[in-house]
Design a protein around this ligand. Structure first.
Ligand SMILES: Nc1ncnc2c1ncn2[C@@H]1O[C@H](COP(=O)(O)OP(=O)(O)O)[C@@H](O)[C@H]1O
Ligand SMILES: [Mg+2]
Length: 345
Protein backbone atom coordinates (compact mmCIF):
# COMPACT_ATOMS: atom_id res chain seq x y z
CA UNK A 1 0.00 0.00 0.00
CA UNK A 2 1.52 3.31 -0.99
CA UNK A 3 0.41 6.74 0.06
CA UNK A 4 0.31 8.34 -3.35
CA UNK A 5 -1.69 7.50 -6.40
CA UNK A 6 0.55 6.43 -9.21
CA UNK A 7 -1.78 6.85 -12.11
CA UNK A 8 -1.19 4.96 -15.28
CA UNK A 9 -3.77 5.94 -17.86
CA UNK A 10 -4.75 2.97 -20.03
CA UNK A 11 -1.97 2.75 -22.60
CA UNK A 12 -3.96 0.87 -25.29
CA UNK A 13 -1.65 0.73 -28.29
CA UNK A 14 -0.62 4.35 -27.99
CA UNK A 15 2.82 5.76 -27.43
CA UNK A 16 3.56 7.35 -24.12
CA UNK A 17 4.58 10.95 -24.51
CA UNK A 18 4.81 12.18 -20.94
CA UNK A 19 5.70 10.52 -17.70
CA UNK A 20 5.24 12.59 -14.56
CA UNK A 21 6.63 11.02 -11.45
CA UNK A 22 6.75 12.33 -7.91
CA UNK A 23 6.18 15.90 -9.04
CA UNK A 24 6.42 18.32 -6.13
CA UNK A 25 6.15 22.06 -6.60
CA UNK A 26 6.55 24.24 -3.54
CA UNK A 27 6.32 28.01 -3.23
CA UNK A 28 8.78 29.20 -0.61
CA UNK A 29 6.83 31.89 1.23
CA UNK A 30 7.56 33.83 4.41
CA UNK A 31 5.00 31.73 6.26
CA UNK A 32 6.59 28.48 5.13
CA UNK A 33 6.47 26.22 2.09
CA UNK A 34 3.21 26.27 0.18
CA UNK A 35 2.94 22.73 -1.15
CA UNK A 36 0.95 23.53 -4.28
CA UNK A 37 1.68 20.15 -5.85
CA UNK A 38 2.87 17.44 -3.53
CA UNK A 39 3.43 14.10 -5.19
CA UNK A 40 1.75 13.98 -8.57
CA UNK A 41 2.21 10.93 -10.78
CA UNK A 42 0.65 10.31 -14.16
CA UNK A 43 1.37 9.27 -17.73
CA UNK A 44 0.03 10.71 -20.94
CA UNK A 45 -0.41 8.89 -24.25
CA UNK A 46 -0.94 9.94 -27.84
CA UNK A 47 -4.53 10.31 -28.92
CA UNK A 48 -5.83 10.52 -25.36
CA UNK A 49 -7.40 13.23 -23.26
CA UNK A 50 -6.43 13.26 -19.61
CA UNK A 51 -8.66 15.49 -17.51
CA UNK A 52 -7.40 17.00 -14.31
CA UNK A 53 -10.34 18.04 -12.22
CA UNK A 54 -10.72 19.67 -8.81
CA UNK A 55 -11.80 22.89 -7.16
CA UNK A 56 -9.85 26.08 -7.43
CA UNK A 57 -6.53 25.98 -5.57
CA UNK A 58 -5.92 22.23 -5.87
CA UNK A 59 -2.70 22.51 -7.91
CA UNK A 60 -4.05 21.95 -11.42
CA UNK A 61 -2.52 25.02 -13.03
CA UNK A 62 0.75 24.64 -11.17
CA UNK A 63 1.01 21.09 -12.56
CA UNK A 64 0.56 22.52 -16.08
CA UNK A 65 3.04 25.35 -15.45
CA UNK A 66 5.71 22.87 -14.38
CA UNK A 67 5.35 20.91 -17.62
CA UNK A 68 5.77 24.15 -19.56
CA UNK A 69 8.78 25.29 -17.55
CA UNK A 70 6.88 28.31 -16.25
CA UNK A 71 7.41 27.85 -12.53
CA UNK A 72 9.54 30.71 -11.23
CA UNK A 73 10.59 32.08 -7.86
CA UNK A 74 9.41 31.76 -5.18
CA UNK A 75 8.18 28.53 -6.76
CA UNK A 76 10.45 25.52 -7.15
CA UNK A 77 10.10 22.16 -8.80
CA UNK A 78 11.52 20.12 -5.94
CA UNK A 79 14.47 17.74 -6.38
CA UNK A 80 13.31 14.20 -7.14
CA UNK A 81 10.48 15.37 -9.42
CA UNK A 82 10.42 13.90 -12.90
CA UNK A 83 8.60 15.20 -16.00
CA UNK A 84 9.88 13.01 -18.79
CA UNK A 85 8.83 14.11 -22.26
CA UNK A 86 9.20 11.36 -24.84
CA UNK A 87 7.29 12.83 -27.80
CA UNK A 88 8.96 13.08 -31.24
CA UNK A 89 11.63 10.56 -30.25
CA UNK A 90 12.94 12.89 -27.55
CA UNK A 91 13.85 11.99 -24.03
CA UNK A 92 13.96 15.17 -21.94
CA UNK A 93 13.28 15.58 -18.24
CA UNK A 94 11.47 18.92 -18.21
CA UNK A 95 11.89 19.15 -14.44
CA UNK A 96 15.63 19.58 -14.98
CA UNK A 97 15.91 20.87 -18.55
CA UNK A 98 17.63 24.17 -19.34
CA UNK A 99 15.56 27.18 -20.44
CA UNK A 100 16.86 26.72 -23.98
CA UNK A 101 15.76 23.08 -24.09
CA UNK A 102 12.32 23.95 -22.75
CA UNK A 103 11.88 26.86 -25.15
CA UNK A 104 12.61 24.52 -28.00
CA UNK A 105 9.70 22.30 -26.92
CA UNK A 106 7.22 24.85 -25.55
CA UNK A 107 4.87 26.39 -28.11
CA UNK A 108 6.14 23.84 -30.56
CA UNK A 109 5.74 20.26 -29.37
CA UNK A 110 3.88 21.20 -26.21
CA UNK A 111 1.46 24.09 -26.42
CA UNK A 112 -1.12 25.60 -24.17
CA UNK A 113 -4.51 27.27 -24.21
CA UNK A 114 -5.34 29.48 -21.26
CA UNK A 115 -8.68 30.36 -19.73
CA UNK A 116 -8.87 33.96 -20.79
CA UNK A 117 -8.03 34.50 -24.48
CA UNK A 118 -8.04 38.29 -24.22
CA UNK A 119 -5.15 38.31 -21.77
CA UNK A 120 -3.08 35.99 -23.94
CA UNK A 121 -3.64 37.74 -27.26
CA UNK A 122 -1.81 40.96 -28.01
CA UNK A 123 -4.33 43.78 -28.61
CA UNK A 124 -2.11 45.72 -31.04
CA UNK A 125 -1.57 42.98 -33.61
CA UNK A 126 -4.10 41.30 -35.85
CA UNK A 127 -4.88 37.68 -35.01
CA UNK A 128 -3.30 36.61 -38.30
CA UNK A 129 -0.02 38.36 -37.51
CA UNK A 130 0.11 36.71 -34.10
CA UNK A 131 -0.36 33.20 -35.39
CA UNK A 132 2.15 33.78 -38.21
CA UNK A 133 4.69 35.07 -35.73
CA UNK A 134 4.24 31.98 -33.61
CA UNK A 135 4.85 29.74 -36.61
CA UNK A 136 7.96 31.66 -37.64
CA UNK A 137 9.58 31.49 -34.20
CA UNK A 138 9.75 27.74 -34.58
CA UNK A 139 10.07 27.26 -38.32
CA UNK A 140 12.06 28.83 -41.08
CA UNK A 141 9.38 29.46 -43.71
CA UNK A 142 8.44 32.35 -45.97
CA UNK A 143 5.78 34.97 -45.18
CA UNK A 144 3.52 33.57 -47.88
CA UNK A 145 3.74 30.04 -46.53
CA UNK A 146 3.15 31.21 -42.95
CA UNK A 147 0.14 33.24 -44.06
CA UNK A 148 -1.36 30.38 -46.03
CA UNK A 149 -0.90 28.03 -43.08
CA UNK A 150 -2.48 30.57 -40.72
CA UNK A 151 -5.57 30.96 -42.89
CA UNK A 152 -5.92 27.21 -43.16
CA UNK A 153 -5.67 26.84 -39.37
CA UNK A 154 -8.33 29.50 -38.78
CA UNK A 155 -10.59 27.52 -41.06
CA UNK A 156 -9.80 24.27 -39.24
CA UNK A 157 -10.92 25.70 -35.90
CA UNK A 158 -14.29 26.51 -37.43
CA UNK A 159 -13.86 30.19 -38.28
CA UNK A 160 -15.78 31.09 -41.41
CA UNK A 161 -14.16 33.55 -43.85
CA UNK A 162 -10.71 32.94 -42.33
CA UNK A 163 -9.02 35.22 -44.88
CA UNK A 164 -11.01 38.17 -43.55
CA UNK A 165 -10.64 37.21 -39.90
CA UNK A 166 -6.87 37.07 -40.47
CA UNK A 167 -6.93 40.89 -40.49
CA UNK A 168 -9.09 41.31 -37.38
CA UNK A 169 -7.84 42.62 -34.06
CA UNK A 170 -8.85 40.62 -30.97
CA UNK A 171 -11.18 43.37 -29.70
CA UNK A 172 -13.23 43.12 -32.89
CA UNK A 173 -14.25 39.56 -32.06
CA UNK A 174 -16.29 37.67 -29.47
CA UNK A 175 -14.75 35.62 -26.66
CA UNK A 176 -15.61 32.39 -28.47
CA UNK A 177 -13.91 33.55 -31.66
CA UNK A 178 -10.81 34.63 -29.76
CA UNK A 179 -10.69 31.28 -27.99
CA UNK A 180 -10.75 29.61 -31.43
CA UNK A 181 -7.86 31.87 -32.44
CA UNK A 182 -5.96 30.75 -29.32
CA UNK A 183 -6.57 27.15 -30.27
CA UNK A 184 -5.40 27.82 -33.83
CA UNK A 185 -2.27 29.39 -32.39
CA UNK A 186 -1.71 26.47 -30.03
CA UNK A 187 -2.06 24.10 -32.99
CA UNK A 188 0.07 26.13 -35.38
CA UNK A 189 3.07 23.90 -34.79
CA UNK A 190 1.14 20.59 -34.64
CA UNK A 191 1.90 19.95 -30.97
CA UNK A 192 2.24 16.45 -29.63
CA UNK A 193 0.77 17.62 -26.34
CA UNK A 194 -1.85 20.30 -25.86
CA UNK A 195 -2.47 21.62 -22.36
CA UNK A 196 -5.82 23.36 -22.03
CA UNK A 197 -6.29 25.11 -18.68
CA UNK A 198 -10.00 25.88 -18.16
CA UNK A 199 -10.33 26.58 -21.90
CA UNK A 200 -14.08 27.05 -21.87
CA UNK A 201 -14.74 28.55 -18.45
CA UNK A 202 -15.17 32.08 -19.79
CA UNK A 203 -17.47 31.00 -22.63
CA UNK A 204 -21.19 30.45 -22.85
CA UNK A 205 -22.46 26.88 -23.08
CA UNK A 206 -23.05 26.76 -26.83
CA UNK A 207 -19.57 27.99 -27.65
CA UNK A 208 -18.19 25.76 -24.92
CA UNK A 209 -19.72 22.70 -26.59
CA UNK A 210 -18.24 23.72 -29.96
CA UNK A 211 -14.76 24.19 -28.52
CA UNK A 212 -14.91 20.83 -26.76
CA UNK A 213 -16.01 19.14 -29.98
CA UNK A 214 -13.12 20.80 -31.75
CA UNK A 215 -10.67 19.45 -29.18
CA UNK A 216 -12.06 15.95 -29.60
CA UNK A 217 -11.69 16.23 -33.34
CA UNK A 218 -8.05 17.30 -33.00
CA UNK A 219 -7.28 14.37 -30.79
CA UNK A 220 -8.85 11.95 -33.24
CA UNK A 221 -7.47 13.48 -36.43
CA UNK A 222 -4.00 14.51 -35.34
CA UNK A 223 -3.42 12.03 -32.51
CA UNK A 224 -2.71 14.92 -30.15
CA UNK A 225 -2.45 14.12 -26.48
CA UNK A 226 -4.59 16.58 -24.53
CA UNK A 227 -4.38 17.57 -20.89
CA UNK A 228 -7.65 19.21 -20.01
CA UNK A 229 -7.74 21.13 -16.76
CA UNK A 230 -11.16 22.01 -15.39
CA UNK A 231 -13.20 22.39 -12.24
CA UNK A 232 -16.26 21.23 -14.20
CA UNK A 233 -17.14 17.53 -14.31
CA UNK A 234 -19.64 18.24 -17.08
CA UNK A 235 -16.73 19.18 -19.33
CA UNK A 236 -14.85 16.06 -18.25
CA UNK A 237 -17.78 13.85 -19.22
CA UNK A 238 -17.79 15.29 -22.73
CA UNK A 239 -14.14 14.89 -23.68
CA UNK A 240 -11.96 12.94 -21.26
CA UNK A 241 -10.65 9.42 -21.68
CA UNK A 242 -8.97 9.31 -18.30
CA UNK A 243 -9.50 11.45 -15.21
CA UNK A 244 -7.34 12.49 -12.26
CA UNK A 245 -9.22 14.13 -9.43
CA UNK A 246 -6.91 16.48 -7.50
CA UNK A 247 -7.38 17.78 -4.00
CA UNK A 248 -4.89 20.02 -2.16
CA UNK A 249 -1.94 19.15 -4.40
CA UNK A 250 -2.54 15.41 -4.60
CA UNK A 251 -4.45 13.04 -6.86
CA UNK A 252 -7.18 11.50 -4.68
CA UNK A 253 -8.86 9.38 -7.36
CA UNK A 254 -7.99 8.19 -10.87
CA UNK A 255 -10.00 6.14 -13.38
CA UNK A 256 -11.20 5.97 -16.94
CA UNK A 257 -14.06 8.36 -17.51
CA UNK A 258 -16.88 5.79 -17.64
CA UNK A 259 -15.75 4.09 -14.45
CA UNK A 260 -15.37 7.37 -12.62
CA UNK A 261 -18.90 8.48 -13.42
CA UNK A 262 -20.46 5.06 -12.83
CA UNK A 263 -18.61 4.18 -9.70
CA UNK A 264 -16.91 7.12 -7.98
CA UNK A 265 -15.19 6.09 -4.75
CA UNK A 266 -13.60 9.08 -3.10
CA UNK A 267 -16.03 11.20 -1.05
CA UNK A 268 -14.53 14.28 -2.73
CA UNK A 269 -15.31 12.96 -6.22
CA UNK A 270 -18.81 12.02 -5.09
CA UNK A 271 -19.22 15.51 -3.64
CA UNK A 272 -18.12 17.12 -6.90
CA UNK A 273 -20.60 15.00 -8.81
CA UNK A 274 -23.53 15.82 -6.60
CA UNK A 275 -22.76 19.50 -7.05
CA UNK A 276 -23.11 19.22 -10.84
CA UNK A 277 -26.34 20.78 -12.10
CA UNK A 278 -26.78 18.24 -14.90
CA UNK A 279 -26.48 15.26 -12.55
CA UNK A 280 -28.75 16.53 -9.81
CA UNK A 281 -32.40 15.58 -10.14
CA UNK A 282 -34.82 18.24 -11.23
CA UNK A 283 -36.15 20.42 -8.46
CA UNK A 284 -33.63 19.08 -5.95
CA UNK A 285 -31.13 21.40 -4.36
CA UNK A 286 -27.54 21.18 -5.46
CA UNK A 287 -25.25 19.81 -2.80
CA UNK A 288 -22.29 22.07 -2.51
CA UNK A 289 -19.38 20.60 -0.58
CA UNK A 290 -19.24 22.62 2.62
CA UNK A 291 -15.91 24.17 3.57
CA UNK A 292 -12.83 25.03 1.53
CA UNK A 293 -9.63 23.52 0.19
CA UNK A 294 -6.95 23.76 2.92
CA UNK A 295 -4.19 26.33 2.63
CA UNK A 296 -1.16 24.45 1.24
CA UNK A 297 1.10 26.13 3.82
CA UNK A 298 -0.84 24.56 6.69
CA UNK A 299 -1.79 21.07 5.59
CA UNK A 300 -3.21 18.74 8.22
CA UNK A 301 -1.46 15.57 9.36
CA UNK A 302 -4.24 13.26 8.18
CA UNK A 303 -6.39 13.20 5.07
CA UNK A 304 -6.59 16.69 3.58
CA UNK A 305 -10.29 16.26 2.86
CA UNK A 306 -11.15 15.06 6.40
CA UNK A 307 -12.67 18.32 7.67
CA UNK A 308 -15.17 18.36 4.79
CA UNK A 309 -15.92 14.65 4.66
CA UNK A 310 -19.19 13.10 5.84
CA UNK A 311 -17.43 9.80 6.49
CA UNK A 312 -14.55 11.20 8.52
CA UNK A 313 -13.21 8.71 11.11
CA UNK A 314 -10.61 9.16 13.84
CA UNK A 315 -7.85 7.57 11.75
CA UNK A 316 -8.57 10.01 8.91
CA UNK A 317 -7.35 12.80 11.19
CA UNK A 318 -4.25 10.92 12.25
CA UNK A 319 -2.57 9.67 9.12
CA UNK A 320 -2.57 9.86 5.35
CA UNK A 321 -5.09 7.57 3.67
CA UNK A 322 -3.95 4.44 1.83
CA UNK A 323 -4.26 4.14 -1.94
CA UNK A 324 -6.77 1.41 -2.72
CA UNK A 325 -6.93 -0.14 -6.18
CA UNK A 326 -10.18 -1.25 -7.80
CA UNK A 327 -10.65 -2.65 -11.32
CA UNK A 328 -8.87 -1.39 -14.48
CA UNK A 329 -6.46 0.98 -12.82
CA UNK A 330 -9.20 2.75 -10.87
CA UNK A 331 -7.65 3.98 -7.61
CA UNK A 332 -8.70 6.13 -4.68
CA UNK A 333 -6.81 7.34 -1.63
CA UNK A 334 -9.31 6.81 1.19
CA UNK A 335 -9.61 4.89 4.48
CA UNK A 336 -13.17 3.84 3.62
CA UNK A 337 -11.88 1.11 1.33
CA UNK A 338 -8.96 -0.02 3.42
CA UNK A 339 -10.63 -3.25 4.55
CA UNK A 340 -11.50 -4.29 1.04
CA UNK A 341 -7.84 -3.78 0.16
CA UNK A 342 -6.63 -5.96 3.05
CA UNK A 343 -8.99 -8.79 2.13
CA UNK A 344 -7.66 -8.53 -1.39
CA UNK A 345 -11.10 -7.81 -2.81
N1 LIG B 1 3.07 32.27 -7.47
C1 LIG B 1 2.55 31.65 -6.40
N2 LIG B 1 3.00 31.93 -5.15
C2 LIG B 1 2.51 31.30 -4.07
N3 LIG B 1 1.56 30.35 -4.13
C3 LIG B 1 1.08 30.02 -5.34
C4 LIG B 1 1.55 30.64 -6.53
N4 LIG B 1 0.87 30.11 -7.60
C5 LIG B 1 0.02 29.20 -7.07
N5 LIG B 1 0.16 29.15 -5.73
C6 LIG B 1 -0.61 28.29 -4.83
O1 LIG B 1 -0.62 26.96 -5.31
C7 LIG B 1 -1.86 26.35 -5.04
C8 LIG B 1 -2.38 25.70 -6.31
O2 LIG B 1 -2.70 26.72 -7.24
P1 LIG B 1 -3.23 26.38 -8.71
O3 LIG B 1 -2.41 25.30 -9.32
O4 LIG B 1 -3.29 27.66 -9.42
O5 LIG B 1 -4.70 25.84 -8.42
P2 LIG B 1 -5.82 25.45 -9.47
O6 LIG B 1 -5.30 25.64 -10.85
O7 LIG B 1 -6.13 24.02 -9.14
O8 LIG B 1 -6.96 26.33 -9.15
C9 LIG B 1 -2.78 27.43 -4.50
O9 LIG B 1 -2.88 27.29 -3.10
C10 LIG B 1 -2.07 28.71 -4.83
O10 LIG B 1 -2.31 29.70 -3.85
MG1 LIG C 1 -6.07 27.03 -12.29
Amino acid sequence: MSEEIKNTAEPKANNKILEVDNLRVYFHTKKGDSKAVDGNHFDMYENQTLAIVGESGCGKSVTAMSILGLVSEPGEIMPGSKILYTGNGKNVDLAKASDAEIQDIRGNEISMIFQEPMTSLNPVFTVGEQIMENIRIHEDISDEEAKARTIKLLGQVGISRPDEVFNNYPFQMSGGMNQRVMIAMALSCSPKLLIADEPTTALDVTIQAQILMLMNQLKNELGTSIMLITHDLGVVAQVADWVNVMYAGKVVETADVQTLFKNPKHPYTIGLMSSMPSLATEGSRLNVIEGTVPNPVYLPKGCYFADRCKHCMQKCLESQPPVVEFENGHKAACFLYEEAEQKGE
